[in-house]
Design a protein around this ligand. Structure first.
Ligand SMILES: *Cc1c(COP(=O)(O)O)cnc(C)c1O
Length: 315
């Protein structure tokens, strides 16, 4: 089977940069070492409910003259240092796939304030036709530009326009809920939540992440905490599954020349944290009463590590 994604279409090879243990976003301190003379773009992901350190990442990118593409798929409506995420890099990309905080089944958008680039992106998504021109007008994309049909429909636009009207309110609710959920475990040793971006206020969310990587939780697997929470009435889920370079798309046969093997990519901070995360989906963050209940449950379960260990032995 042949997998393709945006990187392979342009013949690019991804180089993965490890994350900050606090925000779970790209670690700017590790970015510079990953840059090579072949680096053409830097793509920080504003992951789950945090914002990559745009200030530091942009400073490094500018120094090397490399554009930044912000992956804002988790971060609709997030504000960094007074301005929206996606507006800091050369391009900001947002997904409207069904699980995201703005969703239209499938779809997405790229934003940029570079007109030439906007026109090029338009060609790419509209089978090589230029903006404002229609099929049959003799317009051809440049020969070396592989174009696609990535058009959304008016249905998506209508659905998303309505959601956009309420986005600010929704993000404010997420932000308040996140603060409550973080405060609930502040006094629990060994248990923490994903740190918000240094200059974020408020932040968009895909999910709220708890991390149990303190020594107090050593040897307690995710499913035990999960089950104990479920017994109290709420089952977290939606945690991190795997480091992204383990994903099938990054592990194709090398000899086919389609993709780089993930071999040799090593992000130890990410690898260590992946099995120690619990997530609460953004949809839940919109419901204040539910969030209050979850905060209580999370505090109760995680501040009784001895009970968790007993439960573990019973099984
Ligand atoms: C969902 C997602 C994407 C891709 O979105 P699609 O619309 O499915 O292409 C990209 N980055 C992150 C971090 C995502 O969660």
């Amino acid at each position: 089977m042949l997998f393709k994604n945006s990187l392979s279409y342009v013949g690019a090879i991804p180089v993965f940069v490890d994350i900050e243990p606090t925000t779970l976003c790209m670690d700017p301190a590790k970015l510079e070492a990953a840059i090579t003379p072949k680096t053409r773009a830097i793509i920080p992901v504003h992951v789950y409910g945090s914002t990559a350190d745009l200030e530091k990442i942009l400073a490094i990118a500018d120094k090397h003259g490399i554009p930044v593409i912000e992956d804002c798929a988790h971060s609709h409506g997030g504000i960094w240092n007074g301005r929206g995420v996606g507006s800091w890099g050369k391009v900001g990309s947002f997904s409207f796939q069904q699980s995201k905080s703005m969703a239209s089944g499938e779809g997405g958008i790229c934003i940029t304030n570079d007109k030439e680039l906007a026109d090029k992106i338009y060609l790419l998504k509209h089978i090589g036709y230029a903006r404002g021109l229609k099929q049959g007008q003799g317009i051809r994309a440049p020969e070396d530009l592989l174009c696609h049909n990535y058009r959304a429909t008016a249905f998506q636009a209508v659905i998303l326009s309505e959601q956009l009207k309420k986005l600010k309110e929704r993000v404010a609710a997420y932000w308040d809920s996140a603060k409550l959920l973080a405060a609930a475990v502040e006094d629990v040793p060994g248990f923490r939540s994903q740190a918000p971006g240094r200059l974020s206020d408020p932040q968009g969310y895909y999910s709220f992440q708890y991390i149990f990587d303190g020594e107090q939780f050593h040897g307690i697997p995710k499913n035990i905490i999960d089950e104990a929470c479920a017994a109290e009435g709420f089952r977290p889920g939606n945690g991190t599954h795997e480091a992204v370079y383990h994903q099938a798309l990054f592990n194709l046969r090398k000899e086919k020349g389609q993709y780089r093997f993930a071999e040799g990519d090593s992000c130890p901070v990410c690898e260590a944290i992946v099995p120690k995360t619990l997530g609460i989906a953004h949809q839940v963050l919109a419901e204040r009463k539910t969030v209050e209940k979850i905060a209580e449950i999370m505090h109760k379960v995680t501040s009784n590590v001895d009970e968790l260990r007993k439960y573990m032995k019973m099984k």
